[in-house]
Ligand binder design. Structure first.
Ligand code: 1GP
Length: 256
């Protein structure tokens, strides 16, 4: 049964965790990369190490494997499945929740509100828990898929003030979560100074991802104020990293 129907909502838990300084790790699954028994293997590994969420999606999916991937993971574990869609074509009732992303760092009206209008009737009827999200692209040093597909400029990595004002505006507009995204495979992850500045100026759960490759980087992002760190590529290449990344997440102690 989808979690929404069981009233076991993820967002209240995210808020509680944030209040308690409890940090979380999300594994990003790109359904296009989930051939053979990869989803099952990833699900088993994630369950073994107590991963908090699977985020599922990609800037562009070309293989129609979304439902199949969700099914395969669901059969093996109860880790919440959160859709992280690149477009309104990437929706499925088989997940538990949806990050309803509004690309507030950009000025592309389609990704600020257009796709949302198109998907609203589907979502209204769906059992998915909808979590609105102010999605902010930060320059990660290379042209990532998300940058090209979104047709927007990222926020320059050294411009903390722009990120802070964008995040504050997103929160004041009522968005329930904020996401600092350097882009999948980014050369440079979001700088910790920016994470710290945004975390200090806002109070909704802060998600950070893109180009995070080591347990040390996970720990540094959490120390800087991320509530949820998202890792994709690095775990696809070396699933063995998960153990230490989870350990870094669980052992996080809030300063003071
Ligand atoms: C999620 O796009 C990221 O925010 C994932 O990026 O694949 O580089 O970990 P990586």
């Amino acid at each position: 049964m989808p979690m929404n129907q069981a009233n076991n909502l993820l967002y209240p838990d995210m808020l509680q965790a944030k209040a308690a300084g409890k940090k979380k790790l999300a594994v990003l699954i790109d359904p296009d990369h989930m051939r053979g028994d990869r989803p099952e293997k990833m699900a088993d590994l994630a369950a073994e190490h107590g991963v908090d969420y699977f985020f599922i999606g990609g800037s562009l999916l070309v293989n129609n494997r979304l439902d199949q991937t969700l099914d395969s993971i669901r059969k093996r574990c109860d880790i919440p499945l959160v859709l992280f869609p690149g477009s309104s074509f990437q929706l499925s009732y088989k997940a538990d929740a949806l990050l309803f992303l509004s690309l507030i760092s950009g000025r592309n009206p389609d990704l600020l509100i257009g796709q949302h209008v198109i998907s609203a009737p589907f979502l209204k009827l769906s059992p998915l828990e909808i979590m609105s999200c102010g999605y902010m692209l930060i320059d990660g040093g290379i042209q990532t898929a998300v940058l090209y597909m979104s047709n927007t400029y990222p926020i320059p990595a050294q411009k903390d003030d722009i990120a802070v004002c964008t995040a504050m505006a997103g929160e004041m507009l009522g968005l329930k979560t904020l996401y600092l995204e350097a882009g999948s495979g980014a050369k440079n992850p979001v700088p910790e100074t920016m994470i710290e500045a945004v975390a200090g100026a806002t109070s909704v759960p802060l998600i950070v991802g893109g180009g995070i490759r080591t347990p040390e980087k996970v720990a540094a992002n959490l120390r800087a104020g991320a509530d949820i760190v998202v890792v994709g590529n690095a775990l696809e290449k070396d699933p063995g990293l998960l153990k230490e990344m989870m350990a870094a997440t669980r052992s996080h102690a809030s300063p003071g």
